[in-house]
Unconditional design. Structure first.
Length: 234
């Protein structure tokens, strides 16, 4: 996932557009979790992904949540609990989108292996390291956004981050099986490398393109992670 394309994802205008879409979802107020999930996956699917583009996508989503709720509080007499619920649903939508990406990455590796496609253990190891950082990046985004916000929004984001650290996240639960799958195939890839050497280059590039981008449109919407998302319950 560290390979970068010319469209590395989440440049200034694109991040602003994503934040605006999330703000609109908050203002609409209907099925915010699902709206944010779809918006996040859509942004991820538009680019070859690396950790920096994932960070920008998460920051844009949470920025849109923060600004959208703050606007609602200023414009209406929204109750505290209703505002907290909007933030919780939006953060859960982001968490679920990340979990679907992790699941889609696992499926991409399994499908490649099922087609007897060989790949480089070095590149798989790099992709696994990026995936391993995904939950920490999510939690860091919540913490940073809470620090940048004020009042109810700051308190709610901080509470959601604390809850997620204590009780786990959807993406963290999914990563357990995804990372195990990557580890298994890294071992197989090491054996394959010894057999076929440099012929692995093209197959590896094809696999990483699947893991990084195209897999999201083909596989992610088939995945429905069962783990309760962050911020739901105690």
């Amino acid at each position: 996932m560290q390979n970068k394309s010319k469209q590395s994802g989440g440049t200034g205008p694109e991040s602003a557009a994503l934040a605006e879409e999330v703000r609109n979802a908050i203002a609409h107020g209907k099925d915010v979790q699902e709206a944010v999930r779809k918006l996040t996956l859509g942004a991820m699917n538009a680019h070859t992904l690396d950790l920096e583009s994932l960070r920008r996508t998460m920051n844009a989503v949470v920025q849109g949540v923060r600004e959208g709720v703050q606007h609602e509080l200023q414009q209406t007499s929204a109750q505290t609990q209703a505002a907290r619920s909007l933030i919780g649903d939006a953060v859960s939508g982001l968490d679920l989108a990340l979990a679907q990406f992790a699941e889609a990455s696992k499926l991409a590796v399994e499908e490649a292996a099922g087609r007897a496609q060989k790949f480089s253990s070095e590149d798989l190891t790099r992709a696994r390291a990026d995936l391993e950082s995904l939950e920490a990046l999510f939690l860091q985004t919540l913490q940073a956004s809470a620090s940048a916000a004020k009042g109810l929004v700051a308190d709610t984001l901080r509470d959601l981050g604390t809850h997620a650290k204590r009780n786990g996240t959807a993406v963290g639960a999914q990563l357990k099986t995804t990372l195990a799958t990557f580890t298994q195939h890294i071992g197989s890839a090491g054996h394959a490398q010894r057999e076929v050497g440099v012929k692995l280059a093209h197959a590896t590039a094809d696999l990483l393109r699947q893991v990084a981008a195209g897999v999201l449109s083909g596989l992610a919407d088939r995945v429905k992670p069962g783990q309760r998302p962050a911020g739901k319950g105690d």
